[in-house]
Each structure stands twice: as C-alpha cells, then as structure tokens.
Design a binder for this molecule. Structure first.
Ligand SMILES: [Zn+2]
Length: 574
C-alpha cells in the first residue's frame, strides 16, 4: 500500500453484510454466465506461502527497496520460483523481466515558500508549514512571483456537470486547491451528502491528491498547492512531513516537463493566513466551493520558491511469468494477477531495528502469487486463456511498476480481461467473509461472489469508501487504462474467533506494524486464511479465463467509457 494510506485494515471498522442470505444478485449478465459444473481446483498450501514470506521478509532482503541489493535478491528469488514451476517467461523478449526506469528526486529541505502581496511578505518553513517537491527531472525548479488562484476542489467532472475553473486560463499560475472531492449536500437532506454527486460519502478519484496535481499540470499551472486538512485527507500532516525525502517517479522523454514545476501542500493554518493576506476568509470560500456555480478566485498574492533537487536514476524490474492458455482461439487473451514485491528498505530505526521487512506488506502478496502460479501449473489442462503472474516494483513509491506496465503493456490491454491484485494478505486465520474494495465497480464481483459462495463465504464492501482505497494499490493502474480490476482484501469475520477479533488484529497491525520495521513474520500467524483467500482468487481468475465473454465495468463507473472505447477500437464485442 502506498504511503499516506492507513491501509484497508481500517476498512474493517464497520461492515454490513451485502451478499449473505441469498440477497446477492445472481450474475445476471451473459458475461458472468455460470460455467458448467465446476471442476475442483488445486488446494493451496498455506505453509508453502509462509516459507516464501520468511525468505522475502528476512533481514537479508533488506526491506526490498528498489535499486538495492534487496531488489536483486527479490527479483532473483521470484524469477527462480517461476522457472522452477516451469512457467514461461512473461516478457515477449524471452525473459521474465520488464525493466522499469525510475528517477529518484530529493528536494533540498532548506527551501522556503514565499507569499507576497505588495510589501506584505510571508515566508513559510519547509516541513513545518509546507512540503514541496517536483516530478520534473531538473536540478532546479522554481516559481517566481506566480499568481495564486483559489480553485476550490479543482475538479473538472463532466459526468457531474462540474467545472471549478469555469473557463479561466490558469496557465503559469499557481492553484490553491482543497483535498478530497466536493462534499455536495443532498438537496433532500442537507445533513447528508448527495449520493448522485461524487459518489456521496465514497471518495472518487477527483478526491485523490494525485488527481489534483494531474489536473493542474493538464491545465498548464506552474504550481499546485493543496491545503492539508486531516479529516478530508484521511491522515495527519505528519505523514507528509515524513515523506519529504527521495521520491521516485517514472520519466517521460522530456523529463516530465508536462507536470507542474511545483507540487506542494500547506497546512490549514497557513491557508487561513494566506486567505487573510488576500483579504478573504478561508472557511467562507471553502463553503462556496461545494456549490456547482463556484468560480475560481484570484487571491492577489504571489508565490515564489526555488527547489534544488538531487536526481538519481535506477533501473528497477517487474517480474512476469506466463501460463499459456490451452485454447488456440483464446490463448492470446489474458488474465493478470499482480502483487508488488517492493517495500520501504532500510530507514529510521525503531527500537534499534532499521530494516522495514514488509512481511504482510507485501511479502504475503508475492508469496501468494507464487503459490497461485503453482496451483495453476498443477491443472491437468491450463485454462483457455493465458494467465500472467506479475510481481511489480515501486508500489510504495506511487504505484510505479504497475503504472509502467499499464503504459508500456507487453500484451494488448484490450485483450486483457482482468487484473486481480494482492496487497497485504490475511495472515490471521480463516474468515466467513472477504472484503472487496470498490465492490460494485465491475462484473468481477459476480465471479468473486460465486467463488465465495462455493466456500460458504460472503463478500463485504469497503467500510471506509471515503478514504479512496481503490486508488491506492496496483490494480488502479489497470483500471485507469480500462482493464477491469479487482481489489480484494481480508475479511473480518474470523472463524472460531470472538466478535471483534478481526477488527482488533487488523487495527493492531495498522497501529504497530504497518510501514514499520516490526512488520515481520509473527509466531501467532495462521496461514489458512491466506490459503483460503488465494483459492477464492484462483477460482475468479480461472473462471474469467474460461468465460465465453469479457467481464464488464458497471455502466456509469469512471472506467467504463475507457474500456468501451478500447474494445471498440480493437474490434472486440464479447
Ligand atoms: Zn503494499
């Protein structure tokens, strides 16, 4: 899971049964037709999963940071496992490797951000008052008295008839934006959010900080400043303060010049001061920003900053293996399983331990990927379509390995039926349920619901959709390019455990181990839970690979239009 997320386990705080007791809609559509009597699939050995985790999360692997010895060991281990299983190289160049060029940019923390209005000057301190970085691969980037414009939530969402820019030309300006998506009140019940606008309480991609920087860049802004507020952001400013070091990014041929020069956050307090300097009231303008008739507000204040950057290029790697499909007519169509192999490497010591082993996050997912591959390889006949097993890099750096594959696909995306992502698996025993983040997004849910039912289990939705977890792991990069993507997560209703057990073990993990050196293999782990989840996910991938038609996005979801155009362009209508 990328930084700045409390992780899906917080998902588990409040759940309501969605599909138990036969209320789940049967897979109505043709594409999710129930295949003939389902042949049982091989069982998955939880202990074999654990052995991989023990290796990948060992101190020897140094927390698996991209571009380090930890990467070399991880990539070699995963590749060797795939080779030992007899899986084919996943890259069409005959290797198991897709090289992923990354560039690391470290901003000089001595920079200050200066707001100026006439003779009134306000100098903000790096880390205390603001954080800033750039994706431009330049030793120096700057804003020089760039005019500040408050653009509310900074959203352009034609499907909601929403445009915070109202045609204003913001080229070269610096945009001040609110985090989150516009919390439009329900006209029938103003105490609630309008379910028809921006997903109501759920966060849409418009609410993600990544969207804010992307739209600013798209409109030619010189800088983007997001106002940090703990509630809407979902994490305290300290999370931003702790990630002001080296940040990796992918690099375009022009060195990411298509990005805004400066991407930054300021604290709420500094925003209130800034608006005061402009003769405005922050809270009043924030209230105006939830209305569709909001117009951008020039603040009459300029921003200046010079960032000196240290730049480092590394070649990282995605590791890919393939099980070729058995049906000549369908073997050039694909189902992908992903799991990121990277983690945080060696960092600030905690209780004398500076290796961030990443046992749950995400050695558990990579171990699951390898044992899934073993189970598929044990099938008497491979599925009709081909299966790709993809261990991606640099997820913790911003989902970069999966972004690189999605923008440099080895196999046609139009012929890629699904991505099933595994990030931080359940190591605490069997559950009666499984959480699907983004439940309702696509027909992959129908496959998952049926596979769960075959195990006597039910699906549950993400209990904290306002946190936007669907946008925080590798499946999202597949969704962004139209491929239906499933983001399964651990259930909470543990077999043979008292109520609340699930929430407790997950909260403990988040509170004590998530992104900490202590995320290590624990003696009380029970791998039957991960094995159970992997068997469910195998069934999903297998059934999609056998199906007579493509799983579709739910009409109206943010990815459906991309897919429809993609399939049409490829002449695919199944
Ligand atoms: Zn992760």
């Amino acid at each position: 899971m990328t930084r700045q997320s409390l992780g899906p386990f917080a998902l588990l705080l409040a759940l309501f049964p969605l599909a138990c007791g036969g209320s789940a809609p049967a897979p109505a559509t043709r594409s999710a037709a129930t295949p003939a009597a389902e042949a049982p699939l091989p069982a998955i050995d939880g202990n074999a999963v654990l052995q991989h985790i023990k290796v990948l999360a060992s101190d020897e692997y140094q927390g698996r940071f991209p571009g380090t010895k930890g990467e070399d060991l991880s990539v070699a281990y995963i590749q060797q496992q795939f080779q030992d299983l007899g899986l084919a190289p996943g890259n069409t160049d005959g290797t198991y490797i897709q090289h992923v060029p990354l560039v690391g940019i470290t901003p000089d923390p001595s920079a200050s951000l200066v707001f100026r209005k006439g003779s009134h000057v306000d100098r903000l301190k790096f880390k205390d008052d603001f954080v800033a970085s750039t994706r431009r691969v330049k030793p120096t980037v700057s804003l020089d008295n760039s005019s500040l414009v408050f653009v509310g939530y900074g959203v352009q969402a034609p499907e909601y008839h929403w445009d915070d820019y109202k045609g204003m030309d913001v080229k070269g300006k610096t945009l001040v934006m609110l985090v989150g998506d516009p919390p439009v009140p329900d006209p029938n019940d103003p105490a609630k959010l309008d379910p028809k606008m921006f997903g109501g309480p759920a966060m849409t991609y418009y609410g993600r900080w990544t969207y804010k920087y992307e739209i600013g860049a798209k409109l030619g802004a010189a800088g983007v400043i997001i106002v940090h507020e703990t509630g809407p952001a979902g994490y305290p400013f300290s999370v931003l303060q702790s990630s002001t070091g080296e940040a990796f990014t992918l690099e375009t041929p022009d060195g990411n010049m298509n990005r805004a020069a400066i991407e930054s956050w300021i604290t709420r307090d500094q925003a209130v001061k800034l608006f005061k300097m402009a003769g405005k009231d922050f809270d009043a303008l924030k209230a105006a920003a939830v209305k569709p008739d909001f117009k951008p507000v020039p603040l009459g204040v300029t921003a200046s900053i010079t960032l000196h950057n240290t730049i480092r290029r590394i070649q990282s790697r995605n590791v890919i293996a393939k099980l070729e499909g058995s049906d000549p007519a369908l073997k050039d169509e694909y189902v992908i399983y992903t799991a990121h192999w990277d983690h945080l490497g060696i960092g600030p010591a905690v209780n004398g331990d500076d290796i961030y082993n990443g046992a749950v996050d995400n050695a558990s997912g990579v171990a699951g990927l390898i044992e899934l591959a073993r189970a598929f390889k044990q099938l008497p006949t491979p599925p009709k379509r081909s299966i790709l097993f993809m261990a991606v890099t640099a997820e913790e750096q911003g989902l970069l390995g999966s972004e690189y594959y999605a923008t440099h696909p080895i196999y046609p995306l139009a012929k890629t039926l699904a991505d099933i992502n595994m990030d931080a698996m359940n190591v605490w025993g069997k559950t009666k349920d499984l959480t699907i983040v983004g439940l309702g997004n696509s027909q992959l849910d129908d496959y998952a619901r049926r596979a769960a039912a075959a195990q006597g289990r039910v699906l549950r939705p993400d209990p904290t959709p306002e946190k936007g977890f669907y946008y925080r792991s590798d499946h999202f990069n597949f969704a962004k390019v139209g491929v239906p993507a499933l983001d399964p997560d651990s259930g909470v209703d543990y077999v043979g455990k008292p109520d609340g057990y699930g929430t407790k073990v997950h909260d403990d993990y988040i509170a004590h181990d998530y992104h900490q050196p202590s995320d290590q293999v624990k003696p009380d782990w029970d791998m039957s839970g991960e094995a159970q989840d992997l068997e469910l996910l195998m069934r999903v991938g297998y059934d999609v690979a056998q199906a007579s038609s493509y799983p579709q996005w739910t009409p109206g979801t943010e990815f459906a239009a991309i897919r429809a155009a993609q399939l049409k362009a490829a002449g695919i209508s199944r």
